[in-house]
Design a binder for this molecule. Structure first.
Ligand code: ZN
Length: 371
């Protein structure tokens, strides 16, 4: 009797274990490194029950580990604590402390942060890499920002296009934000918050030397919002860091080395986005079809984002119209009609879902060398 029961149980257990094992190697967000920099996937705007979120901080850590993120911050509203009668904790660093404890023994980097939550202007602003969030509690938000700066924080403007504070959805720089920038109290701006993309915030960032940020601003569950189990992903900030550490990330953020990634869309300054695209798109192999001048090129995409390439060369393609849908972590074959057999071929493409400025597609140049 026992033996009969035991066998199916063992089978089930081993199935369960192998599924779990598989999951830990199943990256949700991953891009190749670029020359000189690690590419780190980070989400620096999240909430828990310590402000108006619905989960305990340990869940945020577990979600980040499942999503293979490199770094997170739990940015509770300093001035908005709707669960305070149930969870009366006076220390604004508490969510960070619990998350940091939960992340011990893992590779996840947790940094202390807070959301300074005001009417517009200045609206909502995150300060991360804080040493003590309690000291940011001031009536005058400028004093909160100055204290954050004293603590060495990286400070960014959250959802500047939020329709609750901007009914037209158009991010607009105010005099107060100009003053913050002039005083070194504002370093970044969310181009992406949750599922919203702001071209105006993108332009404000380029015009004012601010770092491009993409965050989830999650209050509920990542899996419910972004359907991770069906291949979805949360928005992240990809950070080009010299070293994989909290200080390495802080340095990269202050130096504006980021690319925003959401729903197969990438947005970044050309100097950061182009090396990332060049690291993602590889020419795996190339050969001429027998007795023809049709060059068969196998392209490989080492990043997670699908890339939609539009042919910008003078050559035409044998099968496609000139658009190559190069899926994330996979390969595509293109057939280029070069008219004669060449030793090397340059293939320029526009990447239609990667932007170096609002509405401006990134351009890459692939070089194909034949033996
Ligand atoms: Zn928030």
């Amino acid at each position: 009797m026992n033996r009969v029961l035991l066998l199916p149980l063992l089978f089930l257990c081993s199935q369960h274990l192998s599924a779990q094992h598989h999951h830990t190697h199943d990256w949700v967000v991953r891009f190749p490194d670029v020359p000189g920099y690690h590419v780190l996937a980070c989400d620096f705007h999240q909430h828990t029950v310590f402000s108006d979120g619905s989960v305990w901080p340990d869940i945020r850590v577990q979600e980040a580990l499942r999503d293979s993120l490199d770094a997170i911050s739990l940015t509770e509203h300093l001035e908005y604590q709707p669960h305070q009668s149930d969870i009366p904790h006076p220390d604004r660093n508490r969510a960070f402390q619990i998350a940091q404890e939960e992340a011990k023994g893992s590779n996840l980097i947790v940094v202390n942060g807070s959301e300074i939550t005001r009417d517009m202007p200045p609206g909502h602003t995150n300060a991360i890499f804080l040493t003590d969030a309690n000291k940011l509690l001031h009536d005058n938000p400028m004093e909160s920002f100055r204290e954050a700066k004293r603590q060495g924080a990286f400070i960014f403007w959250n959802h500047p296009n939020w329709t609750a504070q901007r009914p037209d959805g158009v991010a607009t720089l105010t005099d107060m934000h100009r003053k913050m920038i002039a005083e070194g109290l504002l370093h970044g701006i969310e181009v992406v918050n949750d599922v919203n993309f702001s071209d105006e915030a993108f332009q404000i960032a380029l015009d004012n030397n601010l770092t491009l940020m993409g965050t989830s601003d999650i209050h509920g569950l990542i899996d419910w919002n972004y359907q991770v189990h069906e291949g979805g992903h949360r928005p992240v900030t990809l950070i080009l860091a010299r070293e994989r550490s909290a200080e390495g990330i802080r340095e990269a953020l202050l130096a504006h080395r980021t690319v925003v990634y959401i729903n197969n869309t990438l947005a970044g300054r050309a100097e950061h986005l182009l090396p990332l695209l060049n690291a993602c798109i590889q020419v795996k192999s190339a050969e001429y079809e027998e007795n023809t001048s049709v060059l068969k090129v196998t392209l490989r995409n080492l990043g997670d984002s699908d890339l939609l390439l539009l042919n910008q060369s003078d050559y035409t393609f044998h099968h496609d119209s000139g658009i190559v849908d190069l899926h994330g972590n996979s390969e595509s074959v293109i057939q280029v009609k070069t008219r004669e057999r060449l030793k090397s071929v340059e293939l320029p493409f526009d990447v239609l879902n990667a932007f170096t400025a609002p509405g401006k597609a990134a351009s890459v140049r692939l070089r194909v060398d034949l033996r």
